[in-house]
Design a protein around this ligand. Structure first.
Ligand code: ASP
Length: 295
């Protein structure tokens, strides 16, 4: 979903931009593109046919975060989240408060419902209500960045679960669950069923595993397998979630409960698409898929 955005963010970072600028560049590219139907403009509507967005931004140098949740009509929710980051209080705003903040700070407002997203909603209404599941492939846009000065940042943006109840919020704007970033140890972010991800505080879990010496790949695997195993012990399915992580030295990793989870990453050498697959043990290494240059 994010290859083009990651490529643009990569170019910015290579030119010395701060990590936060890279995060915002990659995420706004996805939010603005109606082809990505689970983020920003053209996102998945809730039960009432409204596109309600969640987004978060975290600055790993200052250990500060900003987020909006259940917000309607903010063209780029990640910009509101970034503006909120750094405030000592009032840094996490919901609904009307988030929308008012965006307006007062000059952010662009627009209707986020496109004809295809409205058609999807009408089809789902006609089919009747089913169990809510995470979007196939897990499609919150999650971006982690490390800049030339060693600063790190993390961001997320999503319209959340399709046909969610009005006011439902998932993991994406919730610190420690959908995202976490601390320059000293690394950054992580998650996508998938927010209700599960929050039970495992997955992003904080990954960063704390890295703090104790795990590589990003091992930390992702251990956190995902741990929560999946626990759910099974409780008589549930193994869950539906995917995670990414980045270490302060530039190593990165991912893990998933899906069969396959693609993600994009760049470093001093290249920008490429990677794919990680899940099997109980051992999980194979993420590897380049030779798709460099393909959007
Ligand atoms: N994690 C998001 C949520 O639960 C959905 C997703 O990542 O697909 O709202």
């Amino acid at each position: 979903m994010c290859f083009a955005g990651v490529r643009d963010a990569h170019a910015l970072l290579m030119n010395g931009a701060p990590a936060g600028d890279g995060v915002v560049r990659a995420i706004t590219a996805v939010e603005d593109d109606p082809a990505y139907c689970s983020v920003g403009y053209g996102g998945l509507p809730d039960r009432e046919g409204r596109v309600m967005t969640d987004a978060a931004f975290m600055d790993g140098a200052g250990l500060r975060m900003g987020a909006v949740m259940s917000a309607e009509g903010i063209k780029n929710p990640i910009l509101a989240a970034r503006l909120l980051c750094g405030r000592e209080t009032n840094c996490l705003l919901a609904g009307h408060g988030a929308e008012r903040f965006a307006l007062e700070n000059g952010l662009e407002m627009r209707s986020m419902l496109t004809d295809p997203s409205r058609a999807r909603w009408l089809d789902a209404l006609a089919e009747g209500r089913k169990k809510l599941t995470a979007y196939t492939g897990h499609d919150t846009v999650c971006v982690l960045a490390l800049d030339r000065e060693g600063r790190m940042a993390a961001g997320t943006s999503t319209s959340g679960l399709f046909m969610k109840d009005p006011g439902r919020v998932g993991d994406s704007p919730v610190i420690g669950s959908g995202f976490y970033c601390d320059d000293r140890y690394g950054a992580a972010a998650a996508t998938g069923l927010g209700e599960d991800i929050m039970r495992g505080c997955l992003s904080y879990e990954i960063v704390s595993l890295m703090k104790r010496g795990a590589s990003p790949r091992d930390a992702c695997r251990e956190a995902v397998e741990g929560l999946s195993r626990r759910k099974k012990e409780l008589g549930e399915d193994g869950g539906s979630f995917s995670v990414i992580a980045l270490a302060p030295d530039g190593r990165f990793g991912a893990a998933t409960t899906l069969d396959l989870f693609p993600f994009a990453a760049g470093n001093d050498v290249s920008v490429a698409l990677y794919c990680v697959d899940f099997s109980p043990a051992p999980v194979r290494e993420a590897r380049p898929t030779d798709l460099e240059g393909v959007d």
